[in-house]
Design a protein around this ligand. Structure first.
Ligand code: ZN
Length: 155
């Protein structure tokens, strides 16, 4: 999934979560938390030196790529466990973790899927997958986000 589409999903999701009242502690999130969600959304692809985030920190990105490969450790339960541990230390990181998690959900919808239990090599993907950077990806992401926002604000 393209970063712009990951961002649409995560930022819409963060807005919906905070506005829906499902989690009272997130009812009045500060506007700047959206930038932490965006950071968390970009973070999993730090394992790719040509990704938006990886290209900015190639000195960090290349070693991860060489040691673990793309869409392996950063797209697995290993990374999510580390993130959950950090959220436990600093609750503010919940917005980063939210963006990170929704990136993985987005990649689950791609044909490449996720090695969720890396280093196990089994790939998990949605029964319905959407090719990355296809028209279908843009229609699905922008369409479902528009519907979600419409539903949220007309309820
Ligand atoms: Zn990814």
């Amino acid at each position: 999934m393209m970063l712009v589409n990951h961002l649409v999903v995560s930022l819409t999701g963060w807005h919906a979560l905070s506005q829906s009242g499902v989690l009272p502690e997130l009812a009045n999130v500060e506007p700047w938390t959206y930038s932490l969600v965006a950071l968390g959304t970009a973070l999993p692809d730090i394992d790719h030196p040509d990704s938006t985030i990886g290209s900015r920190v190639k000195w960090f990105s290349w070693p991860i790529r060489i040691l673990f490969g793309h869409r392996n450790i950063t797209h697995s339960i290993v990374a999510m466990t580390a993130l959950a541990y950090m959220v436990n230390l600093e609750p503010l990181l919940i917005s980063v973790a939210f963006g990170y998690l929704l990136h993985l959900v987005g990649d689950w919808f791609t044909p490449a899927g996720l090695k969720l239990f890396w280093p196990a090599q089994r790939v998990y993907r949605s029964p319905l997958t959407i090719p990355t950077n296809s028209i279908a990806e843009y229609l699905f992401v922008w369409g479902s986000s528009a519907l979600a926002l419409t539903a949220l604000h007309t309820a």
